[in-house]
Design a binder for this molecule. Structure first.
Ligand SMILES: Cc1cc2nc3c(=O)[nH]c(=O)nc-3n(C[C@H](O)[C@H](O)[C@H](O)COP(=O)(O)OP(=O)(O)OC[C@H]3O[C@@H](n4cnc5c(N)ncnc54)[C@H](O)[C@@H]3O)c2cc1C
Length: 394
């Protein structure tokens, strides 16, 4: 959002003084609220331009996958074995933290540790899954390689990840925000951040001025709209989903990720069929911040259903929606402190896997901001050195 001179003043007179301001109420921002609430004597508040989980966190497929956009063998080629292992362990820890949260606060968000299938759509993809399984077992990850299609729907085989899960993402993010107990200001966009040597950090919203010592920026795809440093580092990419009416029968018992993750599907607790993806067929169109579904991409999703799940294709579609994801050049999240703006910390660019990273990533962000922890493979320092992974891989 840009800001005109005429609107560059809060209309209200409210002033708020806090220690830490969180910007963004998706999984990362809500998670930060939760982790801050575990510490003593911190006065924090969270601001969201809309409602809690109104961004990608309330618009995704609700998959809690271990890993990242690449299969393990490809990740090793791209980032090396140590980084790949660390990132996969990071997402396993994310799963553990969510299971622990459900135990402690109740499972009000349909968390179901069903396991996942990564399904091969070609011989080449199956070979990648086979190699990945071998490397993962060597590195201590629990996984099973299946050389034939467990769904009997024309896939070439699969990889079974037993710890993966599905959940209701909006209910989950709201539960996390609520468990934090911190003040939430929704429908209150941050329109500007000021960093003044004398008065310190302040946030300007349409209603008030907020003074604080630290800011945790959790706006993912929207980060470049608030802070220009992100302009060449985080790009907005749209994803689309459709959901049918409840089917008569249960036809899937796991969350499924196929064709290197370009398509993903699951059956919801009430038997609705959810399908997302097909972005690879419309790659040029699915960019930017516009929240809309397109007839072309939705037709591709429907074709996919007809080909693989005719019984779901026969059910009418109840919901179609889109969401905006933040992608980085090297496909890893970016966590750190703004180089020319001390006190402003961020965790952005979840690269379409933010539920898989989110709770652990928000814990990492609070540790970076409060304890000076290094963000490891996600550290923004990689973008400052002349030999960055993104430059190496491009
Ligand atoms: C269709 C689709 C399917 C997906 N499926 C999955 C999946 O199954 N599993 C998975 O792991 N990931 C999935 N993802 C990705 C995942 O949803 C995101 O990576 C994750 O939600 C990012 O969380 P976040 O908190 O960083 O950002 P968001 O959830 O986008 O939250 C950012 C928040 O910042 C707020 N904001 C922006 N600007 C301002 C401002 N100026 N002031 C105040 N607030 C502001 C927004 O309102 C928003 O609420 C999917 C994404 C999409 C779009």
């Amino acid at each position: 959002m840009t800001l005109s001179l005429w609107l560059d003043k809060p209309s209200g007179k409210d002033r708020l003084e806090i220690d830490i301001a969180i910007i963004g109420g998706g999984i990362v921002g809500a998670g930060c609220a939760y982790w801050l609430s575990q510490r003593k004597n911190i006065k924090a508040a969270l601001f969201d331009a809309g409602q809690i989980a109104s961004g990608a966190s309330g618009r995704n497929a609700g998959f809690l996958l271990r890993g990242m956009h690449s299969y393990y063998n490809q990740a090793i080629k791209e980032y090396g074995r140590q980084i790949s292992k660390e990132v996969f362990q990071f997402t396993e820890e994310n799963q553990r933290l969510i299971a622990e949260f459900a135990e402690k606060h109740g499972n009000s968000f349909e968390y179901d540790r069903s396991g996942s299938y990564l399904l091969a759509c070609s011989v080449e993809e199956l070979q990648n899954l086979d190699q990945s399984a071998e490397l993962m077992l060597e590195d201590g990850f629990e996984v099973t390689y299946l050389k034939s299609d467990p769904l009997e729907r024309g896939y070439y085989g699969a990889l079974l990840n037993p710890g993966d899960a599905g959940l209701h993402p909006a209910k989950f993010v709201r539960a996390v925000a609520e468990a934090s107990g911190i003040a939430i200001y929704d429908n209150e966009p941050i329109i500007r951040i000021d960093n003044n040597q004398q008065s310190g950090l302040s946030l300007i919203t349409p209603k008030r001025i907020v003074s604080c010592q630290k800011i945790l920026l959790c706006t993912n795809a929207y980060a470049p709209l608030l802070e220009p440093w992100f302009t060449d580092k985080v790009r907005p990419v749209r994803g689309q989903i459709l959901v049918t009416k409840p089917l008569k029968k249960k036809i899937l018992d796991k969350v499924c990720y196929a064709n290197y993750g370009w398509e993903y599907f699951r059956q919801l607790p009430d038997n609705r069929f959810l399908l997302g993806g097909c972005r690879e067929l419309h790659i040029e169109d699915e960019v930017g911040y516009t929240d809309q579904v397109t007839p072309q991409l939705q037709a591709s999703l429907e074709d996919y259903l007809k080909e693989r799940f005719p019984e779901a294709a026969g059910a009418s579609v109840d919901y179609r929606w889109s969401g905006i994801m933040g992608f980085s050049d090297d496909s890893l999240p970016i966590v750190g402190e703004l180089p020319d703006n001390p006190g402003i910390y961020f965790a952005v660019a979840c690269n379409g896997h933010g539920m898989g990273y989110g709770i652990n990533m928000s814990r990492l962000l609070t540790e970076v901001a409060l304890d000076g922890k290094d963000a490891g493979p996600f550290s923004a320092k990689r973008l400052l050195s002349p030999c960055t992974p993104s430059k190496l891989s491009s």
